[in-house]
Design a protein around this ligand. Structure first.
Ligand code: ASP
Length: 335
């Protein structure tokens, strides 16, 4: 490639990284999120700020390495989400929040935009990487969504890594549940949608060198949720969607509202039928979800390589890595 052409491409990629606009479609790109919530500088210690940024970078690098090697967007989103599932700072895999009766019940999903094949699991209790179990559902079962005991059983049979349920427990998440129980006992309306309880769901969207899209999401759900409650994250069309004709979306937030709005599919429908780009479609659907009462955010990559973050909470853990540019990560609304 001539230097001037290469420079022009790099400039396009860097501009795309900064603005999210696809000036020239980058060779590949990936975005991750680690949940949206009341994330403000005053409430964050410098250590936590640095650790979560490092984890987001690590996830971007894991997915980016797959894409740089010519791997698929599907492999990239799985690789990125696995990193965040292992990190106790996030509400997915280790570090998942507790149900009202003190259990960890995990939800995850993954979708391939090239084939529109999808896999998802809800309420699983023994799988270290629920996103990999969702991938196994996509590849090894005729179904899209498995739940509860049947999903746990499928996980063991499919050879996905098993752990004792105690593996997911962290003291911080247990304290959050105890605090919620204490507030409820004192007659306060704490509620599962309490914005003070940081969410922390994780997700990734990617476009590979072939232009194929994929999305994945993984979560412990909401602190104090009812045993058996299923959120938007494992629901294809609500928390996760990918379609090469439109875009790839992973959502985080008060799941019941994201389900009612059909957020991920709605964003892709706007891109496909109205011709909106990732940012316009994400902002429009976020506004509609907000009008229902939902708080949270989405990460989106459209078919032209346009990339968007959109959230209506004070902050969202997020990151973007575009081929040929530096990774960017952010937490607060003003970054
Ligand atoms: N959307 C997730 C759920 O409702 C929670 C989150 O994203 O923080 O289960």
């Amino acid at each position: 490639m001539r230097a001037s052409v290469r420079n022009a491409f790099l400039a396009g990629a860097i501009l795309a990284a900064m603005t999210g606009k696809a000036e020239a479609r980058p060779q590949w790109l990936i975005q991750v999120h680690g949940g949206a919530g009341v994330l403000e500088r005053e409430s964050m210690t410098p250590e936590r700020d640095a650790e979560t940024r490092a984890a987001l970078r690590e996830a971007l690098e894991a997915g980016g390495a797959v894409l740089d090697d010519g791997g698929s967007a599907l492999d990239a989103v799985e690789a990125a989400v696995r990193v965040l599932e292992d990190d106790p700072h996030f509400n997915a895999g280790k570090g998942a929040v507790f149900t009202a009766d003190g259990r960890n019940e995990l939800d995850a999903s993954i979708m391939d935009g090239a084939t529109r094949q999808a896999g998802a699991v809800a309420g699983v209790t023994r799988t270290r990487h629920p996103v990999t179990l969702a991938r196994a559902v996509l590849e090894k079962s005729p179904h899209v969504l498995l739940m509860g005991e049947g999903a746990d059983q499928f996980s063991a049979e499919a050879g996905v890594e098993q752990v004792d349920p105690s593996y997911f427990r962290t003291e911080e998440r247990w304290r959050q549940l105890e605090k919620m129980r204490a507030r409820e006992a004192a007659g306060e309306q704490a509620g599962v949608f309490d914005k003070e309880v940081k969410y922390g769901t994780v997700g990734a969207v990617a476009m590979d060198r072939e232009g194929h899209l994929a999305a994945a999401t993984s979560t412990g759900g909401l602190t104090g949720k009812s045993h058996g409650r299923v959120g938007d994250s494992p629901l294809i069309g609500a928390g996760t969607y990918a379609d090469d004709r439109a875009c790839a979306v992973s959502a985080t937030g008060s799941g019941e509202f994201y389900i009612r709005e059909g957020v991920a599919h709605e964003i892709c429908a706007r891109v496909r039928f109205l011709g909106e780009d990732a940012q316009a479609a994400a902002d429009a659907v976020q506004a509609e979800t907000r009008a229902l009462g939902g708080d949270g955010g989405v990460i989106v990559i459209d078919k032209d390589g346009g990339a968007a973050f959109s959230f209506n909470t004070p902050g969202m853990y997020r990151g973007r890595l575009v081929a040929g540019a530096e990774a960017m990560v952010g937490i607060y609304g003003d970054e």
